[in-house]
Design a protein around this ligand. Structure first.
Ligand code: PEP
Ligand code: MN
Length: 342
C-alpha cells in the first residue's frame, strides 16, 4: 500500500501517518520526491484499511499497489518523474527532454579526464561520467584511482561546468563518493547488492541504477525499490545490455526494456549503448534506436586516446563517430517529441 501526501503536506502530517501505521504493527517507509512525499506501507493490509488514512491531514490518496514494487510503480504515480542532477548547474532527466551523458569509462589522469570532458561537452553532453572505482572481471585489470580519481573527476566537472556521475562499488565508499559526485552509479554487477542499494538510498544524491546483465525487468525494478525504500526517489534506470546466447556483441541491448519500464515505473530510463555493445561502431546506431524507442537519455564512453585506454578502449568514441552521435542527439529527440538538453 502507498500513501501519497499532498504537495503542501507538513512534516507533522507525515509523522502522523507513520505513527498510525506503526500503531497497528506496520512499517512505514517515507520517500521524498521532488514534488511530493510518498509513504510505502508494509504489514497487514486489512489493519491499514481500518485506519482510514485518507481522512488524515495532508493525505492526498491511498493506493493498493498490485505490482511487487510499490514506490517506483507507475500505478500510484501516473505522471513520469523528472530527476535533477547537479547543484550549480542542474540538469533534468525525464520525459520532456533527452539527456546526453558522456565521458571516459575510467578516470586515468587529470589530462585524459579533461580532454574527454571537453570532447563530451563539445558533443553536447550535459553530464560527465567517469569511473574512479572500476568493477573489473579480472582482479589483475586496472581497478580505478579511487579517491584520487574522484578528486580529478570533481575538479574536471567544475572546470568544464558539468555535473558528474561515478560508480560506487562498496558500501564503505558511499560517503566519499557522495561527497565528490552529483550522482551515484550502481553498476550492472552490483544491481542486486542490496546492502549497497540501501546505502545509496540514504546518501542524499540521485542514483543511476544499471540493469543487472542477467536481471529481469522486475528484478531491476525491485532493486530500485530498495533505494526508494530508504528514502530516495531520485533514481534513473539504465538499460546496458543483457547476457544472451549471441556473442557478436558483448551484451544484447534490450531496447524493449525502455517502453516496458516506462509503462511499469514513473522513473526515467536511459540507455548505455557503449557497455551493451562493447564496440564503437555500434554506438551510433544503438543510440539512434534508444532515442527512437523513447529513452530519456544515453550515457556514452568517449576517450581522447582509445588505443591506450586502461578500460574499455574498443567502445570509446572520438572524432567522426562522436560528431555523428552529436548530430543524432541534436536532431532526433525532437522527432519523437522531446528537446535535447544542451
Ligand atoms: C561503467 O559504466 O563504467 C560500467 C562498468 O558499466 P556496467 O556496470 O554497465 O558494466
Ligand atoms: Mn566501462
Amino acid at each position: 500500500m502507498v500513501v501519497v501526501m499532498a504537495p503542501d503536506a507538513t512534516a507533522e502530517d507525515v509523522a502522523r501517518v507513520v505513527e498510525r501505521v506503526e500503531s497497528v504493527g506496520g512499517e512505514a517507509f517515507v520517500s521524498k520526491g521532488l514534488s511530493r512525499t510518498i509513504i510505502g506501507l508494509v504489514g497487514d493490509i486489512e489493519s491499514f484499511h481500518h485506519l482510514n488514512l485518507r481522512t488524515l491531514a495532508g493525505v492526498a490518496d491511498v493506493h493498493r499497489i498490485s505490482d511487487p514494487y510499490k514506490l517506483v510503480s507507475r500505478q500510484h504515480h501516473p505522471e513520469r518523474s523528472t530527476i535533477w542532477v547537479g547543484s550549480t548547474t542542474r540538469v533534468p532527466i525525464g520525459p520532456e527532454t533527452f539527456t546526453f551523458l558522456a565521458g571516459p569509462c575510467a578516470v586515468e589522469t587529470a589530462e585524459q579526464t579533461l580532454a574527454a570532458a571537453q570532447m563530451a561537452k563539445a558533443a553536447g553532453a550535459t553530464i560527465l561520467r567517469g569511473g574512479a572505482y572500476k568493477p573489473r572481471t579480472s582482479p589483475y585489470a586496472f581497478q580505478g584511482l579511487g579517491v584520487a580519481g574522484l578528486q580529478i573527476l570533481r575538479e574536471t566537472g567544475d572546470a568544464v561546468g558539468l555535473p558528474v556521475v561515478t560508480e560506487v562499488v562498496d558500501v564503505r565508499d558511499v560517503a566519499v563518493v557522495a561527497e565528490h559526485a552529483d550522482m551515484l552509479q550502481i553498476g550492472t554487477r552490483n544491481m542486486a547488492n542490496f546492502g549497497l542499494l540501501q546505502a545509496v538510498g540514504k546518501a542524499g544524491k540521485p542514483v543511476l541504477l544499471k540493469r543487472g546483465m542477467t536481471a529481469t525487468i522486475e528484478e531491476w525494478l525491485m532493486a530500485a525499490e530498495y533505494i526508494a525504500q530508504r528514502g530516495n526517489l531520485d533514481i534513473v534506470l539504465c538499460e546496458r545490455g543483457i547476457r544472451t546466447f549471441e556473442p557478436a556483441t558483448r551484451n544484447t541491448l534490450d531496447i524493449s526494456a525502455v517502453p516496458v519500464v516506462q509503462a511499469a515505473s514513473h522513473l526515467p530510463v536511459i540507455v548505455d549503448p557503449s557497455h551493451a555493445a562493447g564496440r564503437k561502431d555500434l554506438v551510433v546506431p544503438l543510440s539512434r534506436a534508444a532515442i527512437a524507442a523513447g529513452a530519456d537519455g544515453i550515457i556514452v564512453d568517449v576517450h581522447p586516446h582509445p588505443e591506450t585506454a586502461l578500460c574499455d578502449g574498443p567502445q570509446a568514441l572520438l572524432g567522426g563517430e562522436l560528431r555523428e552521435l552529436a548530430q543524432a542527439v541534436r536532431t532526433l529527440p525532437q522527432v519523437v517529441g522531446r528537446s535535447s538538453v544542451a
